[in-house]
Design a binder for this molecule. Sequence first.
Ligand code: ADP
Ligand code: MG
Length: 366
Amino acid sequence: SKGESVKVAVRVRPFNQREKDRSAKLIIRMEGPSTYIQNPETPNEEPKMFAFDYSYWSHDGYEDVDGVLEARTQKYATQRNVFDNLGQGVLDNAFEGYNCSLFAYGQTGSGKSFSMVGYGKNRGIVPITCDELFQAIQRATGNTKYEVTFSMLEIYNEQVRDLLTKDNPRGGLQVRQNPKLGLFYVEKLKKVAVGSYNEIERRMEEGTANRTVASTQMNATSSRAHTVVTITFDQIQKNEAGQETKKSSSINLVDLAGSERADSTGATGDRLKEGANINKSLSALGNVISALADLSMGKKKVLVPYRDSVLTKLLMSALGGNSKTIMIAALSPADINYDETLSTLRYADRAKKIKNKAVVNENPID
Ligand code: ADP
Ligand code: MG
């Protein structure tokens, strides 16, 4: 089969306080699926154009009503709009028995967590998707049995920590390779059965509270770790002959660490080491994306360097494998972030070229 391209969305957020204080200028423009970026140093040059599956304008055209950001223009993309395109796709795939992955990329403070998890009443794609999953299960008629599990981990300094427990082993959990399937997994990672959206919500809160929060000059509260939530969704059905079959879908939701280079955060010492390791996983991800893009474009003898980092080992099937994959790239609107935003757009542009070959995971139960 030809494979299906990774779906890529970009989203631009409002100015933050720091940008307002510096009278930052808007350098992003969107029209339909196209996103334009203007180099602030060459204002007379044509802006660079990028085309994505979705370009979400969340910069202005909204109103804060009791903590809920509501659209006041057609153009403004709400959390619900983003869910309707991206999260609903994840859900539909899950019900069909495909693996799916959604990951958020961008510099610290660009809006990754806002889109993925959300803040306060503005729930992001992950909670809305989980909520809708259980609503769909409740609506279902017939005799299908549903089983949902939840796990949450972070990759920090190339070490894996289980976020559903307070006592992780020194040096983190081991990443091992399944000899039959070739896929990597995290040994001893806690995987809990969940029976309702509220249970998932509680687990997410628990996991978030266990996250490593190291401050950098750039954003004091932002995690410098990659956070991976995995939901498995099994549908068990009995046919006329009484034979049970199981359709399984594994959903990976990945909030990546900030993509900025360590030097732009003013980090030194231990912080710099963290930055270097974060970049190790992210640059490995970049290399994997490039190699997969080359493969999709017909290049031969390309080695995809999945083994170069923990992140790429764990995302192996999500990228270029048996998974439907969506990436959301978060953009700052401001001229002062031009370099980082341009590199995010280029990263997203490469991801677009990857083709995955997702298959339905349906097997008889013996
Ligand atoms: P990141 O996870 O990339 O470091 P955050 O998601 O935490 O960034 O966003 C940084 C700040 O910008 C937060 O205060 C968040 O509420 C705000 N923000 C991000 N995206 C949006 C958006 N689309 N609309 C409104 N505010 C946003
Ligand atoms: Mg974040």
